[in-house]
Design a binder for this molecule. Sequence first.
Ligand code: HEM
Length: 164
Amino acid sequence: MYHFFMALAKYLQNTSWALYISGSTWIYPFVQATHFSGLSLWVGTNLALDLRLMGIGSKRQTAGELSDALFAWNWTGLAIAIAGGFMLFSSAATKYIPNPAFEIKLGILVPLGIILHIIVQQKARTWGQTQQVAAIGKFAGLVEFLWWFSVITAAVSIPNFDTH
Ligand code: HEM
């Protein structure tokens, strides 16, 4: 499995666009900024819903209404984050494959976090029908809040495990 991912990483890293990103002094920060802008939207809208579920902040909208209002921005953010992340990854893919922080982030935390978010987003309509959120909804909001915090912790630890 490892050899398969390494072969794929070598291929990606040598595509013309990956070489263009890694070889340019200004394209790389631009791609980085794309990843971070998408993440700001994705994580920001996730956390806004989580806080509302926990009962923190403005209660003008129910959790269900807030979830629906943020829906399009939320998924647009993830699409931008994935596009930027994929380009960052491609520019030095063989460096990231053996990196344990990257493996944990992308192999476990991000996929499970997305599944968790889909459940929270769907259930927010039921848990958050009224101003008061059901106890299970508050708990789910807290779990998701902590989950994305862990993803960010793993992500910012990636350079610490860099062996190149
Ligand atoms: C959606 C959840 C994601 C979150 C919350 C997230 C978070 C972050 C953060 C905070 C950083 C900054 C690390 C630093 O510079 O200190 C980062 C960097 C990075 N991300 Fe993501 N990311 C996500 C998804 C992805 C995906 C889907 C990919 C790949 C397809 C990816 C690939 C990368 C790469 C390659 C870096 C650069 C790491 C480095 O060399 O420092 N990310 N991410």
